[in-house]
Structure formats: structure tokens, C-alpha cells
Design a protein around this ligand. Structure first.
Ligand SMILES: Cc1cc2nc3c(=O)[nH]c(=O)nc-3n(C[C@H](O)[C@H](O)[C@H](O)COP(=O)(O)OP(=O)(O)OC[C@H]3O[C@@H](n4cnc5c(N)ncnc54)[C@H](O)[C@@H]3O)c2cc1C
Length: 472
């Protein structure tokens, strides 16, 4: 167990609490603090020995619009533009009420986080954003700040304790049955329960059932993200949304590697091409990395290569993980060769295949012929493709990884979990990655962390507002 000094750990599970929050990622931490700020005795139950789930593994980018960081860079953004982007990225399959909820509360949540000491670094544009609105932050530092603040208000954090079943009586959730690390089973009674247990990127059975297209994808995300909350809510009849839209992220190194941070590289956005095991291109490389991931998974074995030359390598940046090509070269993660022919041999691609692909690609660029894959830009409408003709040449064996699942239980705008017929399941709330409907069929970078913060905070406030029925 990794314990962090100053957090409000409690070894004994209390018998009762005002609000019980399941899961210690950003959604859970925001819910805990908001419930504590509303005056409730809030208790967090975390399955693993460490806080943070997927949140602390993430790149820490939040999508907010109209912030001080944007103003400082002269970027004009607005709620209307954010809303339009969210709906377009989601192909208008989103639950519009949840998109509006995000938009209505994103700026006040950003301010609330800043008031609690969260600091954002330099913002940049990322997938699905028509203007730069990815706000990076140190996620562990963020969670520690929220938990310390909650602890000062009396909230408590119980580790190594897995929620197993929701206790449902007289039409409402009244508690949670948990398993302690000793194996002992206990019950905690609660006025309200918030499910903040994250997604199911670590559960092969659920992935097979809901997202069989991810069969060849690698798996990442918090070790405890196994869909427990989803199963507990479904056992009470919860509705589910967006399950067909689980997507992987393109760019990850094809094998487990100690240097891989879970996000991979996107040399394609700086001019590289992506080829499959036949040495052929298979996608317009300027597309969203989730869409490239979808197409890459349909290539034999799901392994592809990003092929770059010295011109692409010269644009490497150690400060931006997805563009840290040189760092990967130093770590021995790139195959390097002095000619395309040698690279082809070193990748064991069919003789002549990569040479033909690169020569054809370069010839079309020189003669301004349309690209057969439809590539016109480097990334999202920016930059023009250029010939790959400057040695040395490099390739990263690249796969698609499931980082997050984005789909899950249906909720209303009070973050109450809804059953299959749209009726609230009494006193059961949900926030973060477990919530379905918000993203629709696509994903804008930064909206999963954003959703965890915004919906987490709101779920804490709303769950704290239920009438207390416990005798203290
Ligand atoms: C490598 C990587 C990079 C990413 N980068 C970004 C990014 O830059 N921007 C972005 O928006 N999104 C990103 N994501 C996705 C994002 O991190 C998550 O969607 C988000 O952090 C989810 O927050 P959460 O609080 O809902 O869940 P989590 O942070 O996953 O927390 C859930 C917690 O619940 C616990 N839990 C599970 N089951 C139980 C149980 N039965 N009882 C008690 N506790 C339980 C888990 O152990 C975990 O601690 C990334 C994900 C990964 C893996």
C-alpha cells in the first residue's frame, strides 16, 4: 500500500455515513469534498491500496473553455463553441442534457479546483478541439489537495476495501456491502451512495461482452477499474449508454515496455505514415487517434508501424509525451535504419512493400496528386504532409490501447442513476468514467478528466442534499 502523508485515512470502516463514495479517482475525490463542503459526513471506500485509479495514470488534460490560461494566450473560446465541438465529436449521439450540464458547470468547477490549489500548465490543442483547451495538471497533486481539504471537513478515506453489492430496501439504496482486505465482509449504511468506480478497461469479460472490437488492443487504466460499479448498478436495473462506442487510443508501443507511459507517441501528427504488416498504409493519418485506433485494430494482429524520417524526428519534443520521439529512440524503442529498404528488412515486412509505399507517398506529394487515404493535413486540419526522404528512417511498432471506456450507467442532471425506464434508483448517484451518454460516439481529449471533476463535484452536492434517515 502506498500511503500519502496528510490524507484522511481511517483504518476502521464506520457503520454508517451520510454519503459513501466508492472509488478514489477524480470523480470520487471531487464528490467527497463537495459532500463534505455541504456539511455531510462523507466516507470514501477505495478497493486498492493506492488512491487515484486511472486519474493518476492519465496525461492529466482537462477540457475547459473560457479560462484564465486561455485568455493569457489570447485564445477565444466559449461555452457555445465547446458545446458544438462536444456534439460534433460525439456525432450528436450524446445525451444533450449531460453535454449541457458539463458546459453549464465547467467554468465554476475549474474555479473551484483552482481555489483548492490546483494549478494548470500550458494549454494546447488536442483531438476534437477547434481551439486549444487541454489544460494539463499533476493529477496526483490535484487529488491530494481535494482529499486533504475534505479531511479537514471530517471526511474519511478507507483503503483496500472493495464494494461488492449495493443494499437496496424500500425503493432506495441504503448502504453498501464491502469486502475488507482481510477477506471479512461488512456493511456500511448510508443516506446516499456515489458510484465513482471508473470504467472497465481492466475487465476482459466486460470488454469482450461490450467491446469485442478491442480483442487485439492492449489494456491500461487503473488496476481497480474492472466495472464493479457498473455491475452493481446494473444489478439494480440501471440503464446503460454508449456501450458500442468504446474506443482504443492509437500510438502505444506494441509490447509492454518500462518506458511506455500509457499514452504512446503520435509521430503521424508530425508527418509520419502508419503502415500495416503488409507494409501498406491503411488510414488517413491526420484523423483522430481514436479513429486511427479503430482502423489499426482491423489490421492483421492489430500491430502497425509509425514510419518517420529525420525531418519528422527533428520535430520531437521531450516536453510533450506524444511527440517525444527522440526520447524513445534513446530508450531503444524505435527501429532505426539508413534507408527505407534496410528499415523494411529490419521490420521483416514483405520485400519491396515499404519501399513501394514510401516511394508512392513521396511521388504523390511531389506531383500534388490526391492521397488514396484522403490525407490532406498532418493533424485535424493543420499542417501539410511532406515527403519522407531524409535518412535516417525510424519505425515504432505501434498498437492501440484501451485507456478508458467512456460508456456506462444512465444518469439525470442531478447525477442520479436511472433505471432502464428512466426512473431514478433511489439515493444512488454516479460520476466520472462510469457515466454513459455524455461522450456519444466520439471523444474530445480532456473531457474524461473534465467529466470526472464536474460530475463528481455535482454528485457530491446532490447526494449531500438527500434527507438524512440515519440515526446518529
Ligand atoms: C494513460 C491514460 C491517459 C489518460 N489521459 C487522459 C487525459 O489526458 N484527459 C482525459 O480527459 N482523460 C484521460 N484518460 C482517462 C481518464 O484518466 C479517466 O477517464 C478518468 O480519470 C476517470 O476518473 P474516475 O474518477 O471516474 O475513475 P478512476 O480515476 O479510474 O478511479 C476509479 C477508482 O475506483 C476504484 N474502484 C473500482 N472498483 C471499486 C470497488 N468495487 N470498490 C471501491 N473502489 C473501487 C478504483 O480502484 C479506482 O481507484 C486517460 C487514461 C489513461 C489510462
Amino acid at each position: 500500500m502506498t500511503r500519502i502523508a496528510g490524507l484522511p485515512y481511517q483504518d476502521d470502516l464506520p457503520e454508517r455515513a451520510g454519503v459513501v463514495v466508492l472509488g478514489s479517482g477524480l470523480a470520487g475525490c471531487a464528490a467527497l469534498l463537495a459532500a463534505a463542503e455541504a456539511g455531510r459526513y462523507a466516507v470514501m471506500v477505495e478497493k486498492t491500496g493506492s488512491i487515484g485509479g486511472s486519474t493518476v495514470l492519465s496525461a492529466g488534460l482537462s477540457a475547459f473553455a473560457g479560462t484564465d490560461e486561455q485568455h493569457a494566450l489570447g485564445i477565444t473560446d466559449s461555452i457555445e463553441l465547446l458545446r458544438r465541438d462536444l456534439l460534433e465529436v460525439g456525432d450528436h449521439r450524446n445525451d444533450v442534457a449531460l453535454v449541457d450540464l458539463y458546459c453549464a458547470h465547467q467554468l465554476e468547477t475549474y474555479s473551484w479546483l483552482r481555489r483548492h490549489g490546483v494549478v494548470y500548465g500550458e494549454i494546447h490543442a488536442a483531438s476534437g478541439q477547434t481551439v486549444p483547451r487541454s489544460h494539463p495538471t499533476d493529477t496526483t497533486a490535484m487529488l491530494v489537495r481535494l482529499l486533504v481539504a475534505a479531511g479537514k471537513l471530517g471526511a474519511r478515506l478507507v483503503m483496500d476495501t472493495a464494494a461488492e453489492r449495493l443494499v437496496y430496501e424500500d425503493g432506495r439504496v441504503v448502504g453498501v456491502d464491502v469486502r475488507l482486505s482481510s477477506g471479512e465482509r461488512r456493511r456500511v449504511w448510508a443516506d446516499a451512495v456515489v458510484l465513482a468506480t471508473g470504467g472497465f478497461a481492466r475487465n476482459n469479460e466486460l470488454l469482450t461482452r461490450f467491446a469485442p472490437q478491442m480483442e487485439h488492443a492492449l489494456r491500461a487504466g487503473g488496476a481497480g477499474c474492472e466495472g464493479d460499479g457498473l455491475k452493481m448498478a446494473m444489478a439494480l436495473g440501471a440503464g446503460i449508454r454508449d456501450m458500442p462506442y468504446v474506443k482504443g487510443t492509437y500510438g502505444i508501443y506494441a509490447e509492454p515496455h518500462p518506458h511506455e507511459d500509457g499514452t504512446g507517441i503520435l509521430a503521424v501528427y508530425k508527418g509520419a505514415i502508419a503502415v500495416n504488416g503488409a507494409g501498406q498504409r491503411f488510414v488517413d493519418e491526420s484523423r483522430n487517434y481514436k479513429e486511427i485506433g479503430d482502423v489499426a485494430l482491423r489490421q492483421p494482429g492489430g500491430t502497425t508501424w509509425q514510419v518517420l524520417d529525420a525531418t519528422v524526428m527533428a520535430q520531437s519534443s521531450d516536453d510533450v509525451p506524444i511527440y517525444a520521439f527522440a526520447e524513445r529512440d534513446r530508450a531503444g524503442m524505435l527501429v532505426r535504419a539508413d534507408s527505407v529498404e534496410e528499415l523494411e528488412q529490419r521490420l521483416a515486412l514483405p520485400a519491396g512493400s515499404l519501399q513501394t509505399t514510401v516511394a508512392d507517398y513521396n511521388r504523390r506529394i511531389a506531383s500534388s496528386e490526391p492521397d488514396p487515404m484522403g490525407r490532406e493535413f498532418l493533424c485535424g486540419g493543420f499542417g501539410r504532409p511532406f515527403a519522407l526522404d531524409t535518412p535516417p528512417f525510424y519505425a515504432q511498432p505501434t498498437k492501440t490501447v484501451v485507456l478508458a471506456t467512456y460508456c456506462g450507467v444512465t444518469v439525470d442532471t442531478h447525477l442520479r442513476v436511472l433505471d432502464w425506464w428512466g426512473e431514478p434508483i433511489g439515493r444512488l448517484f454516479a460520476a466520472g468514467e462510469i457515466v454513459g451518454g455524455f461522450h456519444g460516439s466520439g471523444y474530445m481529449t480532456g473531457t474524461s478528466i473534465g467529466k470526472a471533476a464536474i460530475f463528481g463535484r455535482l454528485s457530491g452536492t446532490h447526494s449531500a442534499a438527500v434527507e438524512s434517515e440515519l440515526t446518529w
